[in-house]
Design a protein around this ligand. Structure first.
Ligand SMILES: NC(=O)c1ccc[n+]([C@@H]2O[C@H](COP(=O)([O-])OP(=O)(O)OC[C@H]3O[C@@H](n4cnc5c(N)ncnc54)[C@H](O)[C@@H]3O)[C@@H](O)[C@H]2O)c1
Length: 468
């Protein structure tokens, strides 16, 4: 029998990072999932996701015998005092959060409960889910004629993919939604190294804790949409959004974080959590117009990237567009709601074919963009993407895309269009290399300038061809 005292149900981005890091904090963990393949990999030294730094901690915690991976939910529940729920809460058609996995886990917990338990929701769940889980577990226990005491606690997770290990081990705060003094102490023990390190612990009601998570994500998403909207105005008014953001961010009340104009936000959290918050408010007769506007702006922003390409290049029929970056942000293989899933199909609909590269996202992209497979070639590196393409588009700012050899890029492209949709280059350096540069939220070259650069490029190509 496994003697661990904490179970983490779900071994996705949140569940696996939580399990491994809680193990590293000195706890004994049972990490359980219904996905047999994931558990098989985890039992054979393979991390199923790309998350920097996770493998090192996993190796350490596994070698210390502090974690086991299993598909046996019954064993996990029976052998733990504290059960973290970290399963997915994907969006339904209407934007609301689908709780089916969370409810399934809650029923399993009731089914296998053999003593008093503390049930902690780490999944992002609508306000009131803590209460709902309490009712469901009570009903199940009654139906099964069992009597056990339990507490449902909300402990939302704020980690960022790509920096998940750092965020889990260096959080700005730990939010715990519970009214029980005993549970507060128990949760402080679970997070003992953080508690000793003076990480702020915020104790609230479960409802408040649940709402803190949605409100935080909606606020950050709104900040991104805000600067993206300002970037559109910059393009019209000949201003530079990078400098606008810098100037705004110097104000301590604003802060420079989440003020980077780009191709729009994606990922498994912001899009779904903003929609879920709007839906939650609607269900309560309220109109979340600010958050709805952030969602609308984000959708427009992704399409605006395609318009920028067409505006510069004209008809895309027969043209090859090279794309760097497919994952929704750097340092992750996660492509859930990535801008690439809107931008690539839209470019293809307008007649383009795509050559693409991402350091970790190609496996995900291949099945998510399966429908467009005849129009996309996945390449082995950045320069293979450029070779023979009519333009290069940067969609995700992986570090390795920040120091491209621009001269080489110009020589590999068959037309010198460079769309830097994460604003990681300066127009001057791109122009010096003979590229026609387009960023986000900054003045464009005049048509005369583009024609002039284009002519230089063509002359250079002729010189090259004639071997002079
Ligand atoms: N990904 C993030 O950056 C992030 C950050 C903070 C919070 N969250 C929230 O955390 C939750 C999990 O997100 P994720 O990105 O880790 O999801 P994920 O899809 O990567 O992982 C979910 C896991 O749960 C497993 N699962 C589903 N039903 C199960 C069941 N009945 N029993 C056992 N396992 C089951 C799945 O097999 C999968 O491995 C979501 O609510 C999400 O909103 C995510």
């Amino acid at each position: 029998m496994i003697k661990n005292r904490i179970s983490v149900i779900g071994t996705g981005y949140v569940g696996l990072v939580s399990g491994v890091c809680l193990g590293d904090f000195g706890n004994y963990i049972i990490n359980a999932d219904i996905d047999q393949e994931k558990i098989h990999e985890l039992n054979n030294g393979i991390i199923p996701i790309y998350e920097p730094g996770l493998k090192e901690i996993y190796d350490r915690v596994v070698s210390q015998g502090r974690i086991v991976f299993t598909t046996d939910i019954e064993q996990a529940v029976e052998n733990s005092k504290i059960i973290f729920i970290a399963v997915g809460t994907p969006p339904r058609e209407d934007g609301s959060a689908d709780l089916k996995h969370v409810l399934e886990v809650a029923r399993s917990i009731a089914r296998y409960m053999n003593e008093s338990k503390v049930i902690v929701t780490k999944s992002t769940v609508p306000v009131g889910t803590g209460q709902l889980l309490t009712e469901i577990i009570e009903q199940e226990l009654k139906r099964l004629d069992k009597e056990h005491s339990f507490e449902v606690v909300s402990n939302p997770e704020f980690l960022r993919e790509g920096k998940a290990v750092y965020d889990f081990t260096h959080p700005d705060r730990i939010v715990i939604g519970t009214r029980s003094e005993e549970v507060k102490k128990l949760m402080q023990e679970v997070y003992r190294p953080l508690y000793l390190n003076n990480t702020p612990f915020l104790f609230t009601s479960t409802e408040t804790a649940e709402l803190i998570k949605y409100a935080s994500n909606a606020f950050l998403a709104t900040k991104i949409s805000f600067i993206n909207e300002i970037s559109r105005l910059c393009e019209k008014l000949n201003a530079n959004v990078k400098d606008v953001a810098r100037g705004m961010g110097m104000d301590g009340r604003i802060s420079p974080k989440f003020l980077h104009a780009g191709a729009g936000f994606g990922g498994s959290c912001f899009p779904k959590d903003t929609r879920a918050l709007v839906s939650l408010a609607e269900a309560n007769g309220l109109d979340m117009s600010i958050v709805q506007a952030a969602i609308n702006t984000n959708e427009k922003q992704k399409l605006h990237m395609v318009d920028k390409v067409v505006e510069k290049m004209g008809d895309l029929t027969g043209k090859t567009i090279g794309v760097l970056g497919l994952s929704f942000k750097p340092e992750t293989d996660d492509m859930r709601e990535a801008p690439a899933l809107t931008v690539l199909p839209e470019l293809i609909k307008r007649g383009a074919t795509i050559k693409a590269f991402d350091p970790e996202g190609i496996k995900e992209a291949t099945w998510r963009l399966e429908e467009y497979k005849d129009h996309i070639t996945y390449c082995g590196d950045e320069y293979e993407v450029m070779d023979g393409s009519h333009a290069l588009v940067i969609l995700t700012e992986w570090n390795q895309f920040r120091k491209l050899d621009l001269e080489r890029m110009k020589n590999l492209l068959v037309a010198p269009y460079f769309f830097d949709f994460r604003n990681i280059y300066n127009r001057e350096e791109a122009q010096e290399a003979g590229l026609i540069y387009t960023g986000v939220g900054m003045a464009e070259e005049s048509l005369e300038e583009v024609n002039y650069l284009w002519q230089i490029y063509k002359d250079a190509a002729v010189t090259l061809d004639s071997g002079e």
